[in-house]
Every structure is written in structure tokens, then in C-alpha cells.
Ligand binder design. Structure first.
Ligand code: HEC
Ligand code: HEC
Ligand code: HEC
Length: 482
């Protein structure tokens, strides 16, 4: 040692330190032990990643949060992180052995796979918290098994873990109640002046929507929010953009007494109206012997009918179920882009949405840029909860049959799929998509059009009559857009 110079000793010591640190790093960053159950391994990854620090209402601050500069930075991360995502329901479900939410699963799978979470600021201070391929594989395998069990749709092999799932044929419905519900759905006596039925705004031959920015109710009164489709609404976890109805029957009780829609002042009036019809009296007595015609039996029959408004057998579902030829290379590329850009973290499950409330403008200021005055409807879920975190949060719309359901967004401001896709990428994902990518995603979305009662859905409306429609329905619009 004597003939080594000071500088050489320093060099060797430094190298030794680097080796020690590297080994320590490798040990801390190692994925959770394979002996743990899959749920426990995922829970450990969330714990190591400090996810709860930035993604919960009650954050536990790390020791360095009290340092003067760190404090501001950390508080900003927590505010922004909690605005974007609440990890606690998943953490709790994993701890209690409860069934996690499918949207939470998709979101966590994606950020771990991409290595975007935890944020770099965090793993620089917390060795071992960084996402790695090994952790990504653990979460992906868990997510796949979760989906196979959760959806019970029989997807196999490579497709078993897909975040998008097939639509299944309606099962276990009472055909006579469905027929009654069908009649009620098309019956204008559900509106006060007998001009409007459910089908007026949710035509079965027009994608389950009316293709207007806002809907016309009785006497041409107009609501302030775009009508979503009734097709596959049965897959939604709640109904309406703000989730104010939990079941389809609750939902069906709304329009008849909504002043700008069907405008009765009470359901008693509707019951009295329908009781004038002997055929209804007979049918209700048969199918609902203990109650006859009531609000509950009317809405129950409509719900039963709506449970049959599903659209299986789309090209994309055939592909999901193993038919590799069912979609083209371009369409498949669109689906890959849809997953790559995180669209499939909100638009998940059989209906590609309808399973969570999400912020409109997660990454950029949608409402500032829109250039229209804010309306009550723009508040979204906030209208129901008065919780500031819910302002501008909407139930994610499903994307099935999307090529038929223009215009788009709750405010009906996007006329084409192209615009809807481009702006979703911008405001939700902070990505400016190339034209070619938008076109591929659009091609993919067109593969989601399915069949109702064995016939592929089409739309009889003429594309374009959206914003300035007149009320002269005899007028022929055929050649307006040639
Ligand atoms: C230091 C704070 C911090 C930590 C720790 C952290 N995040 Fe985040 N996270 C954020 C912030 C800030 C955002 C919003 C901005 C963004 O997406 O970059 C965010 C966004 C997200 C999103 C929303 C992305 C989307 O597209 O919807 C998810 C999901 C997420 N984080 C999951 C996690 C998970 C899982 C962990 C733990 C492995 C984690 N985060 C750890 C700060 C953090
Ligand atoms: C005047 C037009 C109009 C009529 C009539 C109408 N709806 Fe709607 N429907 C709408 C609008 C607009 C919304 C969205 C309202 C909201 O979210 O606040 C909606 C929402 C819905 C939804 C929720 C879908 C989702 O994804 O959230 C269902 C289901 C539905 N209507 C079924 C019906 C049924 C059944 C009837 C008849 C009893 C009916 N509607 C009558 C315009 C109408
Ligand atoms: C953070 C969650 C989230 C992400 C990520 C997301 N979306 Fe959306 N998407 C929504 C919400 C919420 C709406 C409804 C917005 C509104 O009505 O104002 C919506 C609406 C849409 C619509 C219009 C549907 C309709 O019937 O009006 C399309 C199309 C769409 N998204 C496609 C995409 C695509 C493509 C991507 C990826 C580039 C994407 N979304 C990413 C939450 C999300």
C-alpha cells in the first residue's frame, strides 16, 4: 500500500463505494418476492412506489417535506397527483381481498409498464421505488388474471389480458317484459303533449342517439347536454354524464318528468294516461300482478328492454375472441395506438368507458380553450356531490358504435370522430397526434360497430345536421352536404 499515491487510494475508495452503492441499489430495486401472492406483490409495488403520498386525499408526507424548497414542490405534486388519480380504493381493495375497480387496474398497469410512475423526483429520493420491467411484468400478469376473472367473457391466450372486452349477448331477460318495455320506449304518451317518446332522442336506427348537439324536448325546448346512446348503456356503472341515476330504471324515471324533455309534472299523470289503454292495463296486470301500472313497473319494463340493447359481434370483438383476420393491419395499429397513448386507461371494459368519472381536461385546459361560456352542465359530477375535486368530471362515455353517435363530448361540440380523437389526445393525454395516427385510431374505432338483434347497426340520419337543425322534419336534407 505504501507505494500507492494518495490520488490512487482515493480512486480505489471511490470505485469501491460505487460498487457497494450499485449492489445496494440492485437489492432495493428488486421486485417483491415471488413467494408472495400476486395481490401482495402489487400492493408492495404501490407501497414502494410511494403512490399513496401523491395520490390520496390524506397524504403522509416524507421527512424531507419540511425542507423549505422541497415543501412547495411536494405539495404541488400531491395536489396534481390527487387531482389525476386516487390510488386508495385500489390499495384498500388489495389489503382487504376485495375486487378492485377495472379502471384503477388499467391505470396502474399502464404507468408501471411505461415506467412513468412513481415520478422521477420521488425515486431519486427513495431508492428502489423505481418501476422496472420486472415490476411491469408482475402487474401485467396480475391484471390479466384479474380481467379473466372479473369479466368472465372467456377471452383466451394473447387476448386474455386486453383492457377492452367483448360485448356479450343479453341473457336472462323476460321476453314479455322486453316487449312491453319496447312499446313504452316508443310511446309518445310518455310526454305531456304526446309528441315525444324515448325513441325521439334515442332512435334505435340512429345509433341510439339523436345526432343533435342538444336534444329537442316537447315544444322544441332544448336541454344543455348531448344525449348519450342507449346501446350498451347497461354496461355503464351509473347513468347520465353526472351519474345521477344508478340503475336504468332510475334513469328511465327521469325524462318523463324532466321539464325540457317529456315535461309531465308527476308520474301519477303518466300512470293515469296509460290506464286509459286497456291493452296496457291487461299486460301490466299479467306481468306485474301485485302492482299493475305504476312508476316502478313502467320503469322496470323499460329497463328490461334496455338490457337487450347490446351490440355484440363487432369486427373488433371477433378479433378479441381469436379471429386474427377480423380486423385489418391499419385497424390493429389503431388499437395499439389507443393503448399506447393511454386511451385504454379510461375507455376500458366491454363498452370502452362507462366505468368511472374522469376529468375533462386532465392535461390541458379544455374549458379555457373551448371559448364558450361555462354552463351548469360543464360542472359534471360536481353538480351531484358539490365536491370541488369533481368539477368537470364526467362519466366516461362508451365508444361502441361511435361512428354513428355524432356529435361528440357532453357539450356536443365535436362533429367528427377525427376532431374528437385529436382533442382527446391533446386534453387528456397531452399528445399532439400525427394525422396518420388519428386516422388509424379512427379506423380502429369503426371496428367497434356491432349488431342489434343480429343486424349490423347503421344510422339513417344524414351526417351534418347537428348544430343548426330546424324543426321542419319533412324537409329533405339529402343533398345539403354533397
Ligand atoms: C411525487 C409524487 C408522485 C408519486 C410518488 C406518484 N405519482 Fe402518479 N402522478 C403524480 C402527478 C403529479 C401526476 C399528474 C401528472 C402526470 O401525469 O404526470 C400523476 C399521475 C398519475 C396517474 C394518472 C395518469 C393517467 O394518465 O391517468 C396515475 C395512474 C398515477 N400517477 C399512478 C401512480 C402510481 C401507481 C404510483 C406509485 C407507483 C405513483 N403514481 C406515484 C405524482 C406522483
Ligand atoms: C328530449 C330528449 C330525450 C328524451 C325524450 C329521452 N332522453 Fe334519454 N337522454 C337525453 C339526454 C340529453 C341525456 C343525457 C342527460 C344527462 O346526462 O344529464 C339522456 C340520457 C339517457 C341515458 C343515459 C345514458 C348514459 O350513458 O348515461 C339513458 C339510458 C336514456 N337517456 C334513456 C332514455 C329513456 C329510457 C327515455 C324514455 C323514458 C329517454 N331516455 C328519453 C335525451 C332524452
Ligand atoms: C383521463 C381519462 C380519458 C382518457 C385518457 C381518454 N379519454 Fe376519451 N373521454 C374521456 C371523457 C371524460 C370523455 C367525455 C368528455 C366530455 O364529454 O366532455 C371522453 C370522450 C371521448 C370521445 C367522445 C365520446 C362521445 O360519445 O362523446 C372519444 C371519441 C374519445 N373520448 C376517445 C379517446 C381517445 C382516442 C383517447 C386517447 C387519445 C382518449 N379518449 C383518452 C376520458 C378519457
Amino acid at each position: 500500500m505504501k507505494n500507492l499515491k494518495k490520488s490512487q487510494i482515493f480512486l480505489i475508495a471511490t470505485l469501491a463505494l460505487v460498487v457497494v452503492l450499485f449492489v445496494a441499489y440492485r437489492i432495493t430495486i428488486a421486485p417483491p418476492s415471488a413467494e408472495l401472492a400476486p395481490e401482495a406483490r402489487v400492493a408492495a409495488i404501490l407501497e414502494d412506489g410511494g403512490c399513496a403520498m401523491c395520490h390520496s386525499a390524506e397524504s403522509e408526507l416524507p421527512f424531507y417535506a419540511s425542507f423549505p424548497i422541497a415543501e412547495g414542490m411536494i405539495m404541488a405534486d400531491i395536489e396534481e397527483g390527487y387531482r389525476a388519480f386516487d390510488v386508495m380504493p385500489l390499495v384498500e381493495a388489495l389489503a382487504d381481498g376485495a375486487v378492485p375497480d377495472p379502471v384503477d387496474v388499467a391505470k396502474v398497469e399502464k404507468v408501471i409498464a411505461d415506467g412513468t410512475m412513481p415520478a422521477a423526483k420521488y425515486y431519486l429520493m427513495h431508492w428502489g421505488s423505481q418501476s422496472t420491467d420486472a415490476k411491469g411484468d408482475i402487474v401485467a400478469a396480475w391484471a390479466r388474471d384479474y380481467r379473466v376473472a372479473y369479466y368472465g367473457d372467456g377471452l383466451e391466450g394473447d387476448r386474455a389480458g386486453e383492457p377492452v372486452r367483448p360485448i356479450l349477448a343479453a341473457e336472462g331477460v323476460d321476453a314479455r317484459k322486453v316487449a312491453l318495455g319496447f312499446a313504452l320506449y316508443h310511446d309518445t304518451r310518455l310526454s305531456v303533449d304526446h309528441t315525444i317518446s324515448c325513441a325521439s332522442c334515442h332512435g334505435l336506427n340512429t345509433g341510439g342517439v339523436d345526432n343533435h348537439q342538444y336534444s329537442d324536448g316537447v315544444e322544441g325546448r332544448m336541454g344543455g347536454v348531448n344525449a348519450p346512446t342507449v346501446y350498451n348503456a347497461v354496461y355503464n356503472f351509473v347513468q347520465f354524464w353526472d351519474g345521477r341515476a344508478v340503475t336504468l330504471a332510475d334513469q328511465a324515471a327521469g325524462p318523463p318528468v324532466n321539464p325540457v324533455e317529456m315535461a309531465y309534472t308527476s308520474f301519477d299523470e303518466i300512470v293515469a294516461e296509460l290506464k286509459k289503454d286497456e291493452e296496457y292495463v291487461r299486460l301490466f296486470a299479467e306481468l306485474y300482478p301485485s302492482e299493475g301500472i305504476t312508476q316502478a313497473s313502467i320503469t322496470n319494463a323499460i329497463e328490461e328492454f334496455e338490457r337487450t340493447l347490446v351490440t355484440p359481434n363487432s369486427a373488433f370483438d371477433k378479433w378479441l375472441m381469436g379471429d386474427a383476420e377480423a380486423i385489418t393491419a391499419e385497424e390493429l395499429r389503431g388499437y395499439e395506438l389507443f393503448k399506447e397513448h393511454s386511451c385504454a386507461t379510461c375507455h376500458v371494459g366491454p363498452n370502452l368507458g362507462g366505468l368511472s368519472y374522469e376529468l375533462m381536461g386532465l392535461r390541458r385546459h379544455y374549458f379555457d380553450d373551448r371559448g364558450l361560456e361555462l354552463t351548469e352542465e360543464d360542472n359534471g359530477r360536481f353538480k351531484q356531490t358539490q365536491d370541488e375535486r369533481d368539477r368537470h368530471r364526467f362519466k366516461v362515455p362508451g365508444l361502441r358504435n361511435i361512428e354513428l353517435t355524432w356529435p361528440y363530448y357532453h357539450d356536443g361540440t365535436r362533429l367528427t370522430m377525427y376532431d374528437a380523437i385529436r382533442d382527446m389526445a391533446l386534453y387528456q393525454c397531452d399528445v399532439e397526434l400525427e394525422d396518420a395516427d388519428i386516422n388509424s385510431i379512427e379506423a380502429f374505432l369503426r371496428t367497434l360497430t356491432g349488431e342489434y338483434n343480429g343486424v349490423k347497426l347503421t344510422n339513417e340520419n344524414h351526417y351534418g345536421e347537428v348544430f343548426h337543425h330546424d324543426h321542419d322534419h319533412d324537409h329533405d336534407h339529402d343533398h345539403d352536404h354533397e
